[in-house]
Design a protein around this ligand. Structure first.
Ligand SMILES: NC(=O)c1ccc[n+]([C@@H]2O[C@H](COP(=O)([O-])OP(=O)(O)OC[C@H]3O[C@@H](n4cnc5c(N)ncnc54)[C@H](O)[C@@H]3O)[C@@H](O)[C@H]2O)c1
Ligand SMILES: N[C@@H](CCO)C(=O)O
Ligand code: NA
Length: 818
């Protein structure tokens, strides 16, 4: 025996009823013995309540509202019952509406709507839907019978939420089902007293009907047919990656639905649970989908938790005072007073200091809760033993639920760590000793971010997202987008990582889209949908979006952008950049960025500030963290200058090689920065700071490469003109080095806390002699690398290597976020 229950959406329209009939016929074809329970057509119960209230208030418009409800039922009859059988069904439906019309007329006369009358009015919803569907089945030749549950389920006269008399009910169900072999189409939700007065079963009433039947008939299974794919790991409207939980225990289902998962209402399934009857939650609109099995114990688990659920809005009430410490009975009084005033408490937390108790309630009860407690403790408040009672609003609760967390360590660690890494403050927390549920109270504005971030870490085999916001789509930014485009599939398939480009701006236009901008479409989309660029607006919008795992990527050389780094890091958004401006300003600024990132638990990464993609800064940070001491740094840090000195010589003009370097993407957007030595000076400054030497920009001495006329050039074009004029000067430089068998090298060094940059001619014995192309080289002499220095060498400029260094920083944030 199997009991099938179809909810309001499943019987809400002609098409959905067709699907329902198909499901029933399938089951009958398998020669399964089944019983079916129906809710009222979707929305009808609420409509009937409204109509009843209108009638009671003397509003005659209820008549036309009722006609609309009637027409919905007629439409189903017309569509699904063969014409020659329609008239008897129409007559029966009309008969019910006449009866309901009379009742409502009475209500409008006496202007009173008791709970008892309301139950009677509501009962028409299920009576109508079930009658019509049983007629449709009969029209299709199915041997079926309409069963008015008021004849078999008997209850107390607590209208609105009547209590079932199981002794009588079970007996009547068995007797009724023994009488006939026809398929029973049973009205959900409704029952009656032993005197035959109509009652209803309260929230989840039709599930309750199915459960009562299944328990009495000792069914193997109840199928709850609804409009979603079973119970999900999280609310799919809030978490796009949520997926169906294949198997869940009764206890877990209880916990999840207490915290807002509305697919089933477990208290109404208690009779079935008590008899270990399996429950399946299935989708009428996706018949072949497996759905969710709800059983006493769930089948093997793939994840540490089973699901996440939340209550969007709660208020947190806090009562505290030194007079509470060690005093018995305070919490008893708190909760007795609340229960006396019918205020339901959602979560309770008390720290072991006993100094305060906090609990959360529905916000609409918050003011009353305070009043109740201030009354209860008025004398303690007066004596100062209890401070006044406080309330905090605009909060949400998130609960992670699962039997898997019992006696397994690390679950709460993971929860709090992902919240921390996303800058989400936990206001209160509670975990019962059943270890089935850990609840956290957070700010309402962080709810969506928190749900997505938590879902990401606990359901890892589902793809996680990293949200990127890119500023500057020039050489490096553009190349980065190209690299991301080419890696998207690999990252998704192999690393289960979705790089979601959520925002993009160039100097003209900007575009933000939380759902992502495909890298291959960015140009077209920014053209069509972009709005005028405004960096403050971009940053503000990003912060407002409040997406989890957000990373700001600055691929400009903009000097003013840096002011936003603080704001971003402070909002727990990581920053990745090849732009050296932030780290080469004042030391105080450098330090404060480092501190802010640390404080907020996010990352500020800038590996490409020095040597492009070469692992220079990471290596230094690793050595520093592990306690090595830097004694000396010597380095060639300009890809552009390296290329120049490797390429120009006999017959090659200096200005032409600079042009080549620019074309190859080695130079700064303004090549004067490279040739003036400024770029190298910034880099050695950054390296000095990385090893704890607090230098300021003016502390670096820079030897000039260029003659005065070049340095004085006002524009980049003038600059090239001046270099052409200075050809003889450069030729002389190159020849004098070559004549001694030497090569020119622009070497930066840090020694005994002093940094300088100088132009040297080095011979073949010098370790920096053998370089080619845009090679950089750094040589670290440290306490651990004393006899032979640690050397890192390779191409230190260019679009591909720089963009891939930026990409690597982004990837390291993704692994940090887990
Ligand atoms: N080229 C290299 O080898 C290399 C290596 C390491 C680091 N870097 C650094 O990478 C950064 C980018 O270099 P690039 O070669 O791509 O420069 P680029 O001039 O090609 O690109 C920068 C882009 O940013 C845009 N931009 C500037 N300010 C902006 C703002 N406020 N809002 C939006 N867009 C803005 C510009 O219009 C330009 O399109 C620089 O900081 C550079 O120092 C470059
Ligand atoms: N312009 C820089 C790019 C790398 O920072 C260089 O030439 O080295
Ligand atoms: Na680097």
């Amino acid at each position: 025996m199997k009991v099938l229950k179809f909810g309001g959406t499943s019987v809400g329209s002609v098409d959905s009823i067709k699907a329902v009939i198909g499901i029933i016929e399938n089951n009958l074809a398998k020669e399964e013995r089944i019983a079916v329970v129906f809710s009222a057509m979707g929305g009808v119960t609420n409509r009937l309540i409204e109509i009843g209230k209108m009638a009671a208030s003397g509003n005659k418009e209820y008549v036309s509202f009722l006609q609309v409800v009637e027409e919905r039922h007629f439409a189903v009859v017309r569509a699904l019952i063969p014409v020659k059988h329609q008239s008897s069904t129409f007559a029966a439906v009309r008969g019910l509406f006449n009866e309901l019309g009379d009742i409502l007329k009475g209500v409008s006369w006496i202007r009173e709507l008791s709970d008892r009358t309301l139950d009677l009015i509501m009962s028409f919803g299920e009576r109508l839907s079930t009658l019509v569907i049983s007629e449709i089945l009969m029209g299709k030749g199915v041997n079926s019978e309409f069963c008015d549950a008021r004849h078999i389920i008997h209850t107390s006269d607590q209208f609105g939420m009547a209590e079932v008399d199981f002794a009588v009910t079970d007996h009547q169900i068995l007797e009724h089902f023994a009488k006939s072999t026809a398929l029973q189409c049973v009205t959900g939700f409704i029952a009656s007293t032993t005197d035959g007065v109509t009652t209803t079963l309260g929230r989840g009433g039709s599930d309750y009907t199915a459960s009562i039947l299944a328990a009495a008939l000792e069914a193997e299974c109840i199928e709850i047919w609804t409009d979603v794919d079973g119970m999900m790991t999280a609310d799919p409207r809030k978490v796009a990656n949520a997926f169906t939980i294949p198997s869940i225990s009764y206890a877990e289902a209880m916990e999840l639905s207490h915290f807002g998962a509305k697919v089933i209402y477990p208290p109404s399934l208690q009779p079935a649970f008590a008899k270990n009857i399996t429950l399946k939650v299935l989708n009428t609109f996706n018949v072949d989908f497996e759905g969710t099995y709800v059983q006493k114990t769930a089948n093997g688990k793939d994840y540490a938790i089973t699901g996440i659920s939340s209550i969007d809005e709660i208020a947190l009430v806090n009562i505290q005072g030194s007079g509470m410490i060690g005093v018995a009975g305070i919490s008893g009084r708190v909760f007795t007073a609340l229960s006396f005033h019918d205020i339901s408490v959602i979560l309770i937390s008390q720290a072991s200091s006993e100094h305060s108790i906090c609990f959360s309630v529905d916000p609409k009860n918050a003011a009353r809760a305070i009043e109740v407690l201030e009354n209860e403790f008025s004398s303690e408040i007066e004596l100062g033993h209890i401070d006044s009672v406080g309330v905090e609003k605009n909060l949400s609760i998130i609960a992670i639920v699962g039997e898997g967390m019992k006696q397994s360590s690390g679950v709460s660690g993971k929860l709090f760590s992902v919240l921390g890494k996303n800058g989400i403050n936990v206001v209160a927390t509670a975990q019962g000793s059943s270890e089935l549920n850990i609840s956290v109270v957070i700010s309402k504005g962080d709810l969506s971010k928190a749900l997505n971030a938590i879902h990401g870490v606990f359901f890892q085999s589902e793809t996680r997202s990293l949200n990127l916001f890119l500023v500057g789509v020039g050489l490096i930014g553009g190349t980065l987008l190209e690299q991301i485009k080419n890696q998207t599939q690999y990252l998704r398939e192999e690393k289960l990582l979705n790089l979601n480009l959520a925002g993009l701006t160039n100097t003209k236009k900007m575009l933000l889209d939380a759902d992502g901008i495909k890298p291959e479409e960015w140009k077209a989309r920014i053209d069509e949908e972009g709005v005028k660029t405004s960096l403050p607006a971009f940053v503000q919008r990003m912060i407002e979006l409040n997406l989890p795992n957000s990373v700001f990527v600055d691929c400009t050389s903009d000097k003013d952008i840096v002011q936003y780094y603080h704001m971003l890091l402070d909002a727990s958004i990581s920053v990745v950049t090849p732009n050296k401006v932030a780290n080469s300003g004042s030391y105080a600024e450098y330090l404060s960025l480092q501190r802010t990132a640390l404080k907020r638990g996010v990352k500020f990464l800038y590996e490409t500030n020095v040597g492009a993609g070469l692992p220079i800064i990471n290596t230094m940070q690793g050595l520093m963290a592990s306690g090595d001491k830097f004694l000396k740094i010597e380095a060639i840090l300009s890809g552009t200058l390296s290329y120049l000195f490797n390429s120009f010589g006999q017959g090659v003009r200096f200005a032409d090689v600079v042009r080549e370097a620019k074309e190859k993407g080695f130079t700064e957007p303004d090549p004067r920065e490279d040739l003036s030595g400024a770029d190298v000076a910034r880099k050695i400054l950054i390296l000095a700071r990385e090893v704890g030497v607090p230098l300021e920009p003016e502390d670096i001495t820079i030897a000039k490469i260029l003659p005065e006329n070049c340095l004085a050039a006002k524009t980049v074009d003038d600059f090239f003109d001046e270099m052409e004029k200075s050809d003889a000067y450069f030729a002389e430089l190159a020849e004098s080095a070559a004549s001694e068998g030497k090569k020119l090298r622009y070497i930066a060094s840090l020694d005994h806390g002093r940094a300088h940059v100088e132009l040297k001619a080095v011979d073949a014995n010098h370790p920096f002699y053998n370089l080619s192309g845009s090679d950089n080289i750094v040589s670290f002499t440290t306490e651990r690398y004393k006899d032979r220095p640690l050397v890192i060498k390779g191409p230190g400029a260019g679009a591909e290597v720089t963009a891939s260094g930026v990409f690597a920083d982004i990837m390291s944030i993704s692994s940090y976020l887990g």
